[in-house]
Design a protein around this ligand. Structure first.
Ligand code: ADP
Length: 479
């Protein structure tokens, strides 16, 4: 028989063993009798097994335990032991009839599995067909923040945030019906729920384990919060880098353009000046208006030249020209310059200068560039409208700032662009570059002010920006 067998008397002392029992224990002959078997027990198991045995003898109950024998040759034998209490016809207790089965191979496999489980780099959780957790390693305890006992009383769904629980349940049922080793979730973001209620990004790989008690599923779970964060940061850097290189391309474009435009602009000015002089020589025969118009043309070419020059300085990070000025004059000037185009586009323009504004400290051309850009956007937004109202207002707002508000009766900001409005290359226009508002905002920010937008009650939008009031320590002469 491949089973060790023994008989004991009513005092629990051994009175018979078979040969297999002797093979298991390494005890032969007389040493097997009485309490001799106790010497064969593995020292680590001896006290527990002996006291369990004594209880069974005292209570005349069956004895069942898994324990080890340590043979004299040093070999360890795992035993699944079962002893049945034996009674005579008259209920007299005769002792026990015991069997020992060698389960060393199974125990070794189990131990190997356990060792592998503990040595695995990832938190590992084994669940049965119902999703009850039946085995975990130490990594799983620290990842989820539970004790072994707590974790072994849970279902796998308890480790999943509420928002993903129902989906997981459906997934688990489907997986149990058709198990195979694979990564869970595909491209989905998976999340784990810790004991303290916090969540973490997880990567999970599943493998089925076939056992005598059905298919179990082993899940290796990895906390990928840091990896995800690093990936996200990398993506951000990538797009910042793209943006930066587009910006620097724009810068180069701007600088080249400014350089190329400078000469023809000067030439235009010189030609007009020359023709003016030639015409002046013809005295009264030339209408005075045409000479005046030429003066205006020269002035405008001069303004254009300055803008170009300023653009060059701006992209080359050259010095900007800050001055203490009256904002109403600066706004008035750019409004006057824009009037002809507004007339052509059928726009009703209104300038409401704030009364008694303190002087501001700004780079006039840059601020005019901002206003010009707001005007252009406003005009384009009103193109499809019948009534085209464009108003610019200045006012003293809060301590230290003057505000400029440009409002239009246009389309309002398209929702699709609302979030990225001030980002470079955000545009809804077919031919648009989408840099106007981005540049405007950086100009205003460089001045220490703010640029923002809000919907205009009754339709259209209002763009507002602020610039700082010049410190009034009595040196108005600086103006
Ligand atoms: P671009 O004019 O080249 O498109 P901007 O930075 O000047 O670049 O503007 C970005 C986008 O903001 C525009 O394409 C437009 O969709 C929107 N926008 C700007 N100003 C207004 C306005 N006054 N009304 C409605 N939409 C506007």
């Amino acid at each position: 028989m491949p089973v060790g067998e023994y008989l004991t008397d009513s005092s629990g002392a051994c009175i018979y063993v078979n040969e297999k029992w002797s093979e298991f224990t390494g005890l032969w002959g007389d040493s097997t009798m009485g309490d001799g078997w106790r010497d064969a027990l593995h020292p680590d198991d001896r006290d527990v097994v002996v006291s369990m045995w004594q209880e069974a003898v005292k209570n005349r109950t069956n004895f069942e335990a898994e324990y080890r024998f340590l043979r004299p040759d040093g070999e360890v034998v795992w035993i699944q032991g079962l002893a049945t209490a034996n009674f005579a016809e008259n209920d007299q207790f005769l002792g026990h009839v015991g069997t020992n089965i060698d389960v060393t191979a199974r125990k070794q496999t189990e131990n190997l599995f356990r060792t592998l489980l503990e040595a695995a780099p990832d938190a590992t959780i084994v669940v049965d067909g119902d999703g009850s957790i039946i085995l975990v390693n130490a990594q799983a305890l620290s990842l989820f923040g539970y004790s072994r006992k707590e974790l072994l009383s849970k279902k796998i769904e308890d480790l999943i945030p509420a928002h993903a629980r129902a989906g997981h349940l459906a997934f688990r049922v489907a997986y149990t019906n058709k198990p195979r080793t694979r990564l869970m979730g595909g491209n989905m973001e998976l999340h784990g729920l810790r004991g303290d209620g916090t969540e973490f990004a997880a990567e999970v790989s599943l493998s089925p384990i076939e056992t005598g008690e059905g298919t179990f599923i082993s899940a290796a779970i990895r906390d990928v919060t840091e990896r995800k964060a690093a990936e996200r940061r990398l993506q951000e850097l990538q797009s910042e880098l793209n943006q930066a290189s587009r910006w620097s391309m724009m810068g180069m474009l701007g600088a080249t353009l400014a350089h190329e435009l400078n000469q023809p602009m000067t030439a235009v000015m010189n030609y007009v000046r020359a023709s003016q002089r030639i015409l002046e020589a013809h005295g009264d025969r030339v209408p005075k208006e045409s000479l005046d118009l030429m003066t205006k043309a020269i002035e405008q070419a001069d303004v254009a030249g300055k803008i170009v020059q300023n653009l060059r300085q701006f992209v080359e990070r050259g010095e900007t020209e800050y001055a203490i000025v009256d904002l109403n004059l600066v706004v008035g000037e750019i409004s006057a310059a824009s009037l002809p185009e507004m007339g052509q586009r059928g726009v009703n323009f209104r300038f409401r200068p704030g009364a008694d504004l303190p002087s501001v400290l700004i780079d006039c051309l840059q601020v005019q560039q901002v206003v010009e850009n707001l005007f252009r956007n406003a005009m384009e937004a009103m193109e499809a409208r019948d009534d085209r109202e464009l108003t610019i207002e200045t006012s003293l707002v809060k301590d230290g700032f003057v505000e400029v508000a440009v409002s239009d009766s246009g389309s309002g900001i398209s929702p699709e662009i609302a979030d990225t409005l001030f980002k470079p290359f955000a545009t809804t226009k077919t031919g648009g570059l989408g840099v106007g508002l981005a540049i405007s905002r950086s100009i205003v920010l460089a001045h220490g002010g703010q640029l923002w937008t809000e919907p205009k009650p009754g339709g259209g939008s209002v763009f507002r920006f602020t610039v700082p009031v010049a410190a009034t320590n009595g040196n108005e002469h600086a103006e």
